[in-house]
Design a protein around this ligand. Structure first.
Ligand code: NDP
Length: 342
């Protein structure tokens, strides 16, 4: 079994030398009564939050036991899709497809506490269940509809809009009849948002020296909902341009992950007088809407109203490069590594 580990804590931009590909023999059998399951991994999700788990203070940063620190030299758990090889849990049998917490490796041995769900692929390509029909989709859906209570006709701004979560945020909001503008880091991404994904407009934030005036230009009538994937100056500018009773869903602050000095400091007088609601959220808190999210999204996909955007690399050895690419903006849409053939 080959799997990726981190050798040292990563405090800023990750580099190849932070990672190692380990190889170990794994007995493909489970002890009766152990409730262990061994799966062969097919697709793993590459997610920005893993960087926060690699920091030396990862366990002191947050409460609630969410995204706890990665142990150096040990397997890294990650969301993904796999096939059961052997199981001591009665819910799973050899050959079942499952989604849940697997690892950045070829095989994962999952103990009794593991988070695993049997998957009905519903006729979709398997990779969709890691992105558009997986946690990225749920994040976009929950952030817009549960956290922001988005209404038709509202004006929505989303950052990292060509990323995994961001592109879906824009597509859901358009399907509800909202005005949607996204920001992204390259012209190619901006073009994709406008020409293929139906965004009303999009801009390259790297070319905009004054984000507040940029947002004023795109939102002459103000922003009602800001779906924040990046934090820092972009959040400050969005709050400046926000309408009364606007909502900010703080999904992620990726620009702060590689630079711990950066912090969003929105103007609190704006927040008070405009009665703006700024709320952080975790998709993991919204699994109660999973069935609704999956059936709605599956319908949008079948009818061609929603377009999945995937960026797939192959082989477990490509995980570190795929991960590093998230922080350079290499990925277009959902970053996935295909580990094995079905
Ligand atoms: P993406 O697919 O959006 O990949 C990350 C993208 O972020 C890059 O492609 C890049 O695009 C952009 N980016 C990287 N560095 C910077 C920077 N310094 N400033 C601005 N943009 C940057 O990742 P995800 O869709 O998986 O995640 C998006 C956000 O949502 C992250 O912050 C993540 O942590 C968060 N998240 C939160 C969840 C929750 O439950 N709350 C669940 C899943 C994700 P570009 O070319 O535009 O710069």
């Amino acid at each position: 079994n080959r799997y990726v580990v981190v050798k040292t804590h990563v405090e800023a931009m990750p580099s190849l030398s932070d990672f190692e590909l380990k190889s170990e023999s794994l007995k493909l059998s489970v002890e009766p009564g152990s409730k262990d399951v061994i799966v062969r991994n097919l697709y793993v999700s590459i997610d920005p939050y893993q960087l926060n788990r690699m920091k030396s203070n990862s366990n002191s940063q947050r409460s609630g036991g969410f995204a706890i620190g990665i142990v150096l030299g040990k397997e890294i758990d990650a969301y993904g899709l796999a096939k059961v090889v052997v199981s001591d849990k009665e819910e799973f049998a050899e050959g079942d497809l499952v989604v849940g917490l697997i690892s950045w490796g070829e095989y994962t041995k999952i103990g009794s506490e593991g988070i695993l769900r049997k998957l009905d692929p519903m006729g979709f390509p398997l990779s969709y269940h890691v992105g558009v029909l997986g946690f990225s989709g749920l994040t976009a859906y929950a952030g817009l509809f549960e956290v922001c209570k988005l209404k038709p006709g509202e004006k929505v701004f989303v950052s990292a809009a060509c990323g995994s979560v961001g592109n879906l945020v824009g597509q859901y909001a358009k399907l509800l009849g909202c005005y949607v503008v996204g920001s992204a880091g390259t012209k190619k991404k901006v073009d994709l948002l406008k020409e293929k994904l139906g965004f009303d407009d999009a801009f390259n934030y790297r070319e905009e020296p004054d984000l507040k005036s940029t947002l004023q230009r795109y939102f002459p009538d103000g922003i009602d909902v800001y779906f924040d994937n990046v934090g820092a100056e972009m959040q400050e500018a969005a709050v400046d341009v926000m309408n009364r009773f606007g909502r900010v869903a703080v999904c992620g602050v990726i620009s702060e992950y590689t630079n711990t000095e950066r912090r969003a400091a929105p103007n609190m007088l704006d927040v008070i007088y405009k009665r703006i609601k700024i709320q952080g959220f975790l998709a993991a808190d919204h699994v109660n809407i999973l069935a609704d999210f999956i059936s709605t999204t599956a319908e949008y996909l079948r009818s061609g109203k929603m377009i999945p955007v995937e960026d797939i690399s192959e082989g477990v050895e490509s995980v570190p490069t795929a991960f590093m690419g998230l922080f350079r903006g290499d990925n277009m849409g959902k970053k996935i590594v295909k580990i094995g053939q079905e």
